[in-house]
Design a protein around this ligand. Structure first.
Ligand code: TXA
Ligand code: MG
Length: 339
């Protein structure tokens, strides 16, 4: 199969619609990362997404709809605080997990009785969703466990020959995935941190919990995605604590035969001091939004640049950095969590 990359035009949108209606998958841009989209009502299309990504079959998918879509067709209960959150942040990088009506394919939620729904704000995503006018399940368009894609080229690198079409909507402005927030209980609970922060949610509805998985045997984890190794570049990736970074990096450099096998990913303000050690630096950025936007691009660049990537703990920790740190730490951990 030849994989085509096409700009978003009326012609490419109707081609995408034809593929989706025929049970195929199409990669689409969103404001967070690119997604691998298929018809949420079609068992075979949903199974194809799991297959082509190599995704574990207990990790549920997000249904994406356009801003005019009638949610009540999909969800059983929509608490008033969820409406407030949608008014404040949607369309945008917020996914809400509702009690499901069970109308989409049973493979979407992997046996959970909930459904995650997101209304992306990216113009191209909205145009695509309006054209097909059905819910589209779309996990991030990367091979399972690999770094998420923020450009059409990233998608092509993972899926060349495996999917027919990538709609090219430019580089993703957000850079990390949406915040996933459970709205099945009395208060919203964040399952995956992202671009809409706990503080932003609290400012709208007064309260917001955070889910920390309890890995005790037998317990069904609320958001199965948290169990898996994620966002990992194909080079060895090592977490370096901020306080002793220079010494640790120097030790790595002294041990390696060829320094060009090592690169460092760090905040812009640390580049000068670290480059003095004689090692190549990748500039994560000078502010939080920049760091989120550049993160995946740099992790993918590191794969061709070095054998070992040393990730220096950023000093910034709050706001969207909670999400950035969550992804960076997962990129540095080598194994799935056993359960
Ligand atoms: O920004 C995003 O959310 C991107 C773009 C393409 O929209 N999509 C994305 O999808 O990140 P994915 O499949 O890579 O991550 C979906 C996350 C996983 O952690 C999954 O476990 C969780 O959402 N999830 C999906 N449905 C769920 C449900 N019913 N209950 C709890 N967690 C759910
Ligand atoms: Mg993903």
């Amino acid at each position: 199969m030849q994989t085509q990359i096409k700009n978003i035009t009326p012609e490419s949108l109707s081609e995408a619609k034809e593929i989706i209606e025929g049970g195929g998958v199409v990669a689409i841009p969103t404001e967070t990362v690119y997604g691998l989209g298929g018809n949420a009502f079609d068992d075979n299309a949903v199974k194809k997404i799991f297959e082509v990504k190599g995704r574990p079959n207990d990790n549920p998918l997000i249904a994406h709809v356009h801003s005019g879509y009638d949610l009540s067709a999909l969800v059983d209960y929509d608490p008033p605080y969820a409406k407030k959150l949608r008014e404040a942040f949607c369309p945008g990088p917020l996914t809400l997990v509702y009690p499901s009506k069970g109308k989409v394919s049973k493979y979407v939620s992997c046996g959970l009785n909930t459904l995650a729904v997101r209304i992306p704000s990216h113009e191209g995503a909205q145009a695509f969703l309006k054209t097909v006018d059905i819910p589209i399940v779309a996990p991030s368009a990367n091979l399972s466990r690999h770094v998420s894609p923020t450009s059409a080229k990233h998608v092509f690198d993972d899926f060349n020959g495996k999917i027919p079409l990538i709609l090219d909507g430019g580089e993703c402005a957000g850079g990390i995935e949406s915040t996933v927030c459970d709205v099945t209980g009395d208060i919203p609970v964040i399952l995956r941190p992202g671009l809409i922060t706990k503080e932003m949610i609290e400012a709208v509805v007064g309260v917001c919990g955070e889910y920390t998985p309890n890995f005790q045997k037998g317990e069904r984890v609320k958001s199965p995605g948290v169990l898996y190794k994620h966002y990992a570049p194909r080079c060895k990736t090592v977490w370096i604590e901020a306080k002793n970074a220079k010494n640790e990096i120097s030790a790595y450099v002294a041990e390696s035969l060829e320094n060009k096998g090592i690169a460092v990913l760090c905040e812009e303000k640390r580049i000068c001091e670290i480059e003095k050690i004689g090692v190549k630096c990748l500039n994560l950025g000078k502010n939080k939004a920049e760091m989120a936007m550049r993160l995946y691009k740099l992790l993918r660049e590191a794969e061709t640049l070095c054998d070992v990537l040393l990730v220096v703990e950023p000093e910034e920790k709050d706001g969207i950095m909670v999400g950035v740190l969550n992804r960076l730490k997962k990129a540095c951990s080598s194994e799935d969590i056993q359960h």
